[in-house]
Ligand binder design. Structure first.
Ligand code: SAM
Ligand code: SF4
Length: 332
């Protein structure tokens, strides 16, 4: 086996974190994620098979020192062979996290324990059943909430992802943050981001500065130390709090300078940035029995300094001009 090398881009950023989308199907229809037009998920023949997911991931871990893999989608837990995928990936030795809408979590707690999966990021944008239904188009708040509580009880590291959209859920930020007093979790408030077909508008984004002002009206809070490569800036509302809250400012103040992420879409394209137009067809090369090494290196070298080279300041974003996929087809 050849000696592993670090995946460095032309700005000296080291990439050791792979976000792996395994499907673009989903049992939710979140309004900020799915495109507005009728949505068709990719035919299964074009998706990476479980063995392909494993072999391609293995190259990243063994040749390029990737030490962290996050499985995402679409909704990763809807894939029929999810169990096989997790079992295979867990043999690679990288830390594994799952990003999920939480609906099917109860089916997989034992598998996660067996495979050493500790980190669960669960999306929940409202604590109000009706609003939850409006955002996701599914009346499944209670199932998700029960699974969140069960995940905490079972000792998983739980982060709750909340996409904040003006006029939808910013009024719930205090209620969400209050959860961090009682539960050992991280609440993560994410600025609404533009993707193909998601009707993004600048005025729907609540910048983190505004979120902090809102929080200050309800709580005193203190800064908590962030880890290297963290996308969220973390705070604690009181010394007795079991958990923390974090703010993710992709739009108002990006963290591109510390980016260590590479993405693979469920149809096997490597994306070097969430907002990048460039895609590198790993699956095609893999199916042609070609080596992926040079293609992966090329994909990293072509990485832009910031936001896929497509925009910088939020003020100047024109979502119609950004060349990308819908979020569900990228994998968050
Ligand atoms: N289905 C899983 C879930 O919902 O957690 C995983 C895939 S989802 C695309 C990953 C994350 O992206 C979720 O936390 C979701 O809230 C977030 N997301 C989707 N569209 C977004 C947008 N337009 N702006 C910000 N975050 C978004
Ligand atoms: Fe599905 Fe997750 Fe997108 Fe919601 S955010 S539609 S749950 S992939």
């Amino acid at each position: 086996m050849t000696k592993p090398t670090d995946l460095l881009d032309s700005f000296g950023r080291k990439h050791d974190y792979l976000r792996l989308s395994i499907t673009d199907s989903c049992n939710f229809r979140c309004l900020y994620c799915m495109p507005d037009e009728p949505f068709k998920s990719t035919p299964s023949i074009e998706l990476m098979k479980s063995q392909e997911i494993f072999e391609i991931s293995k190259i990243f871990v063994q040749q390029f020192n990737i030490n962290k893999i996050r499985i995402t989608g679409g909704e990763p837990l809807v894939r029929n062979d999810f169990e096989t995928i997790i079992q295979q990936i867990s043999t690679l030795g990288a830390s594994i996290g799952i990003t999920t809408n939480g609906v099917l979590l109860h089916k997989y707690f034992d598998l996660f324990k067996k495979c050493g999966v500790r980190n669960l990021n669960i999306s929940i944008d409202s604590l109000d059943r009706e609003k939850f239904k409006y955002i996701t188009k599914r009346d499944l708040f209670q199932t998700v909430w029960d699974n969140i509580k069960e995940s905490i009880k079972r000792g998983f590291n739980v982060k709750l992802n909340v996409v904040v959209m003006r006029g939808f859920n910013e009024d719930e930020i205090p209620e969400f943050i209050a959860l961090s007093h009682h539960y050992p979790i991280e609440l993560r408030f994410i600025e609404f981001m533009p993707f193909t077909g998601n009707s993004w508008e600048k005025n729907k984004v609540i910048p983190i500065s505004e979120m902090l002002t809102l929080v200050a009206e309800h709580f005193t809070f203190e800064k908590v130390e962030d880890h290297k490569n963290d996308t969220s800036r973390k705070y604690r509302i009181d010394a007795e709090s079991k958990g923390v809250f974090g703010l993710i400012s992709t739009m108002s103040n990006s963290f591109c300078a510390g980016c260590n992420r590479i993405r693979i879409t469920s149809d096997g394209k490597m994306k070097n940035c969430l907002f990048g137009a460039d895609e590198f067809d790993l699956l095609k090369s893999f199916r042609n029995n070609e080596s992926l090494t040079e293609l992966i290196k090329l994909g990293i070298i072509k990485k832009h300094k910031e936001k896929g080279g497509q925009f910088s300041e939020m003020e100047n974003v024109n979502n119609q001009k950004i060349i990308n996929r819908s979020m569900i087809k990228i994998g968050g």
